[in-house]
Design a protein around this ligand. Structure first.
Ligand SMILES: [Zn+2]
Length: 300
């Protein structure tokens, strides 16, 4: 029995959304280690491009149904000529092209959620990797991709610093979390997000993680125009705290690279509170908290 939102559920919900709302654009940004397409969904036709993603980390899979729910609410309001919050869905649609990759790490997610079974070879391989890290519960503590590379430590923005920090913590080989890989962008899933970003012109990106009810907006001393202001608005509507990234997590993440490369606002949202994987019972509270962020990201 699945214990969470699996890749199969994502596939079937995506198809369902497309058949209900044919104006959605569905595609793939690339392939996982296990050769499965990583889907994206686009809603809106405007010139301004915005990008949200979820589940970079396997045991943070709850971020996937959060993003799917937002697409569903937005699409339904667009179809009805209704409102999203206080904004006309049609006006948003015409002004903004929103791209969402709800599950960056499908293989890892399936390890945690029961989409992969203990009899499956990829599960066994991951279990072998995890044996060297007995303090990390398996599979619930798994964050990495199925080969044991942390996808959010793969970006060319202080990768050497990340490597130094994580190696000193003992993550010197494939691991359930915190292994930076043998070089930047060696993990297919990270490379797919990187390439997808390069072929677009995103004004703003948000990567959804769990947990901590915090918003990260900084990389080193970069200060993209409006980033702090937007972060403050996100904080106001969500109740989450606008926070500085702890030094040990301050390098080689997706938002770090985005800020460095574009000098535009890039955020990590640490949604929810508790121990990962957060239980599905937190879904409604998280969605209520982050709805304003998802909405304002289109506008600010
Ligand atoms: Zn995370």
């Amino acid at each position: 029995m699945p214990e969470g939102y699996t890749y199969q559920m994502l596939q079937s919900d995506t198809q369902q959304l497309k058949s209900t709302y044919p104006f959605l654009e569905i595609g793939s940004i690339g392939y996982t280690v296990l050769g499965r397409p990583i889907p994206y969904i686009r809603i809106g036709s405007g010139e301004k491009e915005v990008f949200y993603n979820g589940a970079f980390h396997a045991n943070e899979w709850i971020t996937t149904p959060i993003l799917m729910r937002f697409i569903e609410d937005y699409a339904a309001q667009y179809a009805l000529n209704g409102r999203l919050g206080e904004y006309s869905a049609r006006e948003l649609y015409n002004a903004v092209s929103l791209f969402i990759v709800p599950m960056v790490n499908p293989d890892g997610v399936d390890l945690v959620t029961g989409g992969l079974q203990p009899v499956d070879n990829p599960y066994k391989n991951a279990q072998e990797i995890a044996k060297s890290f007995p303090d990390i519960p398996f599979p619930s503590g798994w964050k990495a991709n199925i080969e044991g590379v942390d996808l959010n430590l793969q970006f060319p923005a202080g990768w050497q610093e990340a490597k130094q920090i994580k190696y000193s913590q003992g993550f010197t080989k494939p691991a359930p979390r915190d292994f930076v890989g043998d070089g930047p962008l060696v993990a297919r899933e990270s490379l797919a997000v990187y390439n997808f970003t390069l072929i677009h012109n995103f004004r703003l990106v948000i990567a959804f993680h769990t947990q901590g009810q915090e918003i990260y907006w900084k990389f080193l001393n970069y200060n993209p125009p409006f980033a702090e202001f937007i972060g403050q608005q996100f904080s106001r509507v969500s109740g989450y705290e606008l926070a500085d990234v702890p030094y040990q997590s301050g390098f080689a993440g997706y938002k770090d690279w985005f800020i460095q490369n574009y000098n535009r606002p890039g955020f990590t949202i640490e949604a929810g509170i508790g121990e990962n994987p957060l239980p599905i019972e937190q879904f409604s509270e998280i969605y209520r908290d982050v709805f304003g962020i998802l909405l304002l990201g289109l506008i600010l």
